[in-house]
Ligand binder design. Structure first.
Ligand SMILES: *Cc1c(COP(=O)(O)O)cnc(C)c1O
Length: 451
């Protein structure tokens, strides 16, 4: 079957120019480094978003902190700022070295977005941020709120009645729906979450218990997004949260980088020319890891190296960036089924906006089999007593894969980091898990043991 859909190139031509593609198509684990990766100074010039935009998002989250702490008392310890700890995981580092028979030079850490307040995943950053931004826009346009107010006034019947005239819609495989749903319902919005077939039942049940309207589809995430978008087009009072193209979501995620910088300083961890930072981020549509990576590049510039991790059955960002076809292709075009146990990562078509924004800023991507996600899940439970959902494990073997793969070794060499890797900090971004019900977590754990 001849497919002429690849911008005038045939599948054979694509395979010839991208030797990894055949392996990707046969769903083998691969490690890819980005040949377009460039120095920060030149690469950032092509990006329309700037540090000012991220600072603006950070300031907005600060304005909302008095409201957040009032309606979500679990954020008391951070005074209404939704933030997660970053911790060393030395036992897991040793376990990885043993499993992969490869030494990890430097220190392995875990960024525990799995334990973010309110919705227990990285989506508590971008998703909640966009809802708050929308609420602020509406309330200020109607002269009900000014930027200097104490935002805890939002927790009142007056504001809830006001917001109930508006609705919010989103398409989601699960976690984004949780964040948007919980936050929107709390403010008083009517909220619709369009969910794909692979979304977990407990997530749908939880949302319904909060008064969220959940609409289910037989097909995958793209269909849920399409229907959500369609619904909002016919209603001027409905705001559609567009996971594939939203700069607000992206900026909400990017704020994480500034918080991380502070956390590393507090731990006396230096990042500079001879102390590189490597970050491994599970990637679905790309907004979460893309926003975080963008923020990190703004701060640490050439001293941070960001890699995305995807399931072998949903390598949409990898294919999009490698072929430079971005959102013009989906994994199904390559005969890949987009079926994975990694909820948030079951995405067939990557965000074109994110792929293009990070074209010269992302260091690389790698893929991981579902089976290995479960093995790592059990290992992390045993070694560190930390419980993550399967998707969140995708970033965990990044460091060991970097050292093990010949392209990874070449990357280190090209960056002149061979002698500095002993000083490296590796951060696996743990993107979700604390909301998973105990019995389901136990099932995951057993699956990893049995593999
Ligand atoms: C959504 C999600 C991701 C990836 O975020 P994208 O913005 O879709 O790329 C990773 N891990 C988990 C657990 C998620 O829910």
């Amino acid at each position: 079957m001849e497919n002429k859909g690849f911008e005038g190139r045939t599948m054979e031509e694509l395979k010839e120019s991208h030797p990894l593609l055949s392996k990707i198509i046969s769903t083998e684990e691969v490690f890819w480094t980005n040949p377009k990766y460039g120095n920060f100074k030149d690469s950032i010039k092509k990006v329309s978003l700037s540090e000012r935009d991220v600072m603006d998002a950070e300031a907005r989250l600060k304005r909302f902190a008095p409201y957040i702490v009032k309606v979500f008392p679990e954020t008391q310890s951070t005074k209404g700022i939704i933030e997660s700890p970053v911790i060393e995981i030395p036992n897991m580092q040793r376990a990885l070295e043993k499993i992969y028979e490869e030494k990890i030079e430097g220190t392995l850490m875990l960024k525990c977005d799995s334990h973010l307040a309110i919705s227990g995943s990285i989506k508590a950053r971008g998703g909640i941020y966009e809802v708050l931004k929308h609420a602020e826009d509406l309330a200020t346009e109607h002269n009900m709120l000014s930027l200097n107010d104490d935002y805890s006034i939002l927790d009142s019947d007056k504001f809830k009645t006001f917001f109930s005239r508006y609705s919010i819609a989103v398409g989601s495989t699960g976690n984004l729906g949780l964040s948007i749903g919980i936050m929107s319902a709390k403010l008083g919005f009517k909220v619709y979450v369009h969910m794909s077939a692979d979304a977990k039942k407990w997530k749908k049940d939880l949302l319904r218990s909060k008064g969220v309207i959940v609409i289910e589809y037989e097909s995958d995430y793209s269909k849920a997004v399409e229907e959500g978008r369609k619904q909002s087009e016919s209603d001027p009072n409905m705001h559609f949260i567009d996971d594939e193209n939203s700069t607000n979501l992206f900026l909400g995620y990017a704020v994480a980088a500034y918080r991380l910088e502070k956390q590393l300083k507090e731990k006396n961890i230096t990042i500079d020319d001879t102390h590189p930072l490597f970050v491994y981020l599970p990637c679905g549509v790309g907004g979460g890891p893309g926003g975080v990576a963008f923020g990190l590049k703004l701060i640490f510039k050439d001293n941070v190296h960001c890699f995305f991790a995807e399931p072998t059955h949903s390598p949409c960002m990898l294919i999009g960036m490698m072929t430079e076809l971005h959102d013009k292709v989906c994994v199904q075009d390559f005969g890949i089924d987009n079926i994975t146990a990694a909820d948030g990562l079951a995405v067939g078509r990557a965000s074109g906006f994110v792929g293009k924004t990070l074209e010269d800023l992302l260091s690389g991507c790698y893929t991981i089999e579902d089976r290995n996600l479960y093995i790592l899940l059990s290992q992390l439970s045993d070694t560190e007593k930390i419980y993550l959902e399967p998707s969140a494990l995708a970033g965990v073997p990044g460091a060991v894969k970097l050292f093990k793969d010949s392209l990874g070794q070449r990357y280190i060499k090209n960056c002149n980091l061979e002698n500095d890797m002993k000083n490296a900090t590796h951060i696996a971004w743990a993107t979700g898990g604390s909301m998973v019900p105990k019995d389901i977590m136990e099932e995951y754990y057993q699956k990893g043991l049995g593999s």
